[in-house]
Design a protein around this ligand. Structure first.
Ligand code: FAD
Length: 461
C-alpha cells in the first residue's frame, strides 16, 4: 500500500459482514485498541444468531419438552400433551434471539466499534465501498458468510423451503420430506418428529451425518427408526413439484413421495459472488476464499474468516477465526485455528458430539489404532434419562487419544472434556486416572478411558 493510502486510512480494520466471524474479529480488535468498522447489510449476529444456531436450538428445546411431556407417565408424572402452539414456540424463539441480539448490539457499541449499515463490497486493497461511501482500512477482513445451497430445478417458495423459512412455519406440517441428512437436515427432522409430523429424510450418500464416524451414523439411524423417522440413504432427488396443496418429490431410482413440506438442506455455499473479491485479486476456489494458515488472502492486508473459508462451517470456528485475525493484526502471535480439533455437535434426539479423527481417518494417519465403544447402558445418569448411545474413543496404540465420538441425549455437553483430551494429546491412562463425578453422563467418558487403559469398571468384558 502506498504511504499516501496509509495516510488516508480511517480504520485499522474494516470488517465486511457481522456474523460470528466478523463480529468476533471486531470485538477482539477493539479490545486490543484497534479502530474498527463493522459493515453489515442486515443484523449483526449473522446466520448463527438470527437464522442458525440459536433459533434452531430453541426449536430443539421445545421439541425436547414435547417429548418429555409425552413420556412423563413413564416416570410417574401425570401430564397431558395437547399439541404444539407454534405461535408461542416462535415467540419463545424470538425472545431468546432478541435478548442475545440486544446484548450483542450493546457489546459492539460499548467497545467503540463503528457499525456501518449497508451492503459492502471490496473495492481494492484496504477499501470497502458501502452504498457509495468508501471506508479505508489498513486491513480488511472478509466475513460475508454462507447461504443455503439450492438444487437446480427445485425453486424455493410455497411448500419448498430452506432452513430459514423452516424456522418461521406457523403450523406443524403433517408430512415432511427433508432433503439432506447432514446436521441441519437431521436437526429439523428431529424437531418435526417431536412435534408430531411424519418425517422422511433423504440422503444421497450411504448414511446420515456422513462426516461422522460410521458407528455414530448407524446409531442415529437406529434411533430415528425407533422414533419412526423414515431414513432413505443412497437416494438422489430428481425433482420436486409444489402444486399448491402438496409437494411431490421424485427420486432418480423412480421413487415418489408426497408431503406437505419439503426442506432443502443440502449444504451451505459461501457468499462471495459479486462482492468485488475476484476483481480485487482475491483467489476463489468454487466460491470459497483461498487463505493461508494466517487466514490471509493473496491480497496484502486482506483476510477472510468463517464460512467463506473452506472447512467446517461452524459458528465457534468463525469466532476463533475472527479472534485469530484480530490478534494477528494487533501484532500478537496467536496459534492458528486447526479444524481437526474443533468440536462438532448435532443437537438432534439423540445428540451427537465429536472431536478429532474418526476411526478410519485415524487408521489412515497412524496405521494401527485402538478403539473402545462404551455403551451408555452402563451409565446411571443415561439410564435415568432413558437414553441410549455410546462413547467411542480412538487412540494410537501406546499413544494419545486422537478422536472421541458420542451419541445420546445431552452428550453435546460432554464435548468440552473430549476436546481437552484430544487437544492435549492425553494418554488413555491419564484420563482414566481422573475421577469423574457420579452419577453424571460425564462418567461415560471416564469409563471409556478406563476400558481403553485396560481397567474397565462398569463394562461387560
Ligand atoms: P454469517 O453468520 O453467515 O455472517 C455473515 C454476515 O455477513 C451476515 O450477517 C450477512 O448479512 C453479512 N453480509 C453478507 N454479505 C454482505 C455484504 N455485501 N455487505 C454487508 N454485509 C454482508 N453452527 C454452530 O456452530 N452450531 C450450530 O448449532 C449451528 N446451527 C446452525 C443451524 C442452521 C439452520 C444454520 C443455517 C447454520 C448453523 N450453524 C451452526 C452454522 C453457523 O451459523 C455458521 O457457521 C456461522 O454463522 C458462520 O459465521 P460467519 O461469520 O462466517 O457468517
Amino acid at each position: 500500500m502506498s504511504s499516501a493510502a496509509v495516510d488516508q486510512v480511517d480504520y485499522d480494520i474494516v470488517v465486511l459482514g457481522a456474523g460470528s466471524g466478523g463480529y468476533a474479529c471486531a470485538l477482539r480488535a477493539a479490545q486490543l485498541g484497534l479502530r474498527v468498522a463493522l459493515v453489515e447489510k442486515d443484523k449483526i449476529g449473522g446466520t448463527c444468531l438470527h437464522v442458525g444456531c440459536i433459533p434452531t436450538k430453541a426449536l430443539l428445546h421445545a421439541a425436547e419438552v414435547a417429548d418429555t411431556v409425552r413420556d412423563a407417565a413413564s416416570v410417574g408424572v401425570r401430564a397431558t400433551h395437547d399439541g404444539i402452539d407454534l405461535a408461542q414456540v416462535l415467540r419463545y424463539q424470538d425472545e431468546v434471539v432478541g435478548r442475545l441480539y440486544k446484548g450483542l448490539t450493546g457489546l459492539v457499541s460499548g467497545r467503540g466499534v463503528d457499525v456501518v449499515s449497508g451492503s459492502g463490497r471490496l473495492a481494492g486493497p484496504g477499501q470497502v465501498e458501502v452504498d457509495g461511501r468508501t471506508l479505508r482500512g489498513r486491513h480488511v477482513v472478509l466475513a460475508t458468510g454462507s447461504a443455503a445451497r439450492l438444487l437446480p430445478g427445485i425453486p424455493i417458495g410455497g411448500r419448498i423451503v430452506t432452513s430459514t423459512e423452516a424456522l418461521r412455519l406457523t403450523t406443524v406440517p403433517e408430512r415432511v420430506v427433508v432433503l439432506g441428512g447432514g446436521v441441519i437436515g437431521v436437526e429439523f427432522a428431529s424437531v418435526w418428529r417431536s412435534f408430531g409430523a411424519q418425517v422422511t429424510v433423504v440422503e444421497a450418500l450411504d448414511r446420515l451425518l456422513p462426516p461422522e464416524d460410521p458407528a455414530v451414523s448407524a446409531a442415529v439411524q437406529r434411533a430415528f427408526r425407533r422414533r419412526r423417522i423414515e431414513v432413505r440413504t443412497g437416494v438422489r432427488v430428481a425433482g420436486a413439484v409444489d402444486d399448491g396443496s402438496q409437494v411431490t418429490v421424485t427420486f432418480e431410482d423412480g421413487g415418489v413421495v408426497s408431503a406437505d413440506l419439503l426442506l432443502v438442506a443440502v449444504g451451505r455455499v459461501p457468499v462471495t459472488d459479486g462482492l468485488g473479491y475476484a476483481e480485487a485479486g482475491v483467489t476463489l476456489d468454487r466460491g470459497y476464499v483461498t487463505v493461508d494458515e494466517q487466514l490471509r488472502t493473496g491480497v496484502p492486508g486482506v483476510y477472510a474468516v468463517g464460512d467463506i473459508v473452506p472447512g467446517l462451517q461452524l459458528a465457534h470456528r468463525g469466532f476463533a477465526h475472527g479472534i485469530f485475525v484480530a490478534e494477528h493484526i494487533a501484532g500478537r502471535n496467536p496459534a492458528s485455528v486447526v479444524d481437526a480439533l474443533i468440536p462438532r455437535v448435532t443437537y438432534s434426539d439423540p445428540e451427537v458430539a465429536s472431536v478429532g479423527l474418526t476411526e478410519s481417518q485415524a487408521r489412515e494417519r497412524y496405521g494401527e489404532v485402538k478403539t473402545v465403544e462404551y455403551s451408555l447402558a452402563g451409565n446411571g445418569r443415561s439410564q435415568i434419562l432413558h437414553t441410549q448411545g455410546f462413547v467411542k474413543v480412538v487412540s494410537v496404540p501406546d499413544g494419545p487419544v486422537v478422536g472421541i465420538h458420542m451419541v445420546g441425549a445431552r452428550m453435546g455437553e460432554q464435548v468440552g472434556e473430549a476436546q481437552l483430551i484430544c487437544a492435549w494429546e492425553a494418554l488413555p491412562g491419564e484420563v482414566a486416572a481422573l475421577v469423574h463425578a457420579h452419577p453424571t453422563q460425564n462418567e461415560a467418558l471416564g469409563e471409556a478411558h478406563l476400558a481403553l487403559a485396560g481397567a474397565p469398571l462398569h463394562a461387560h468384558a
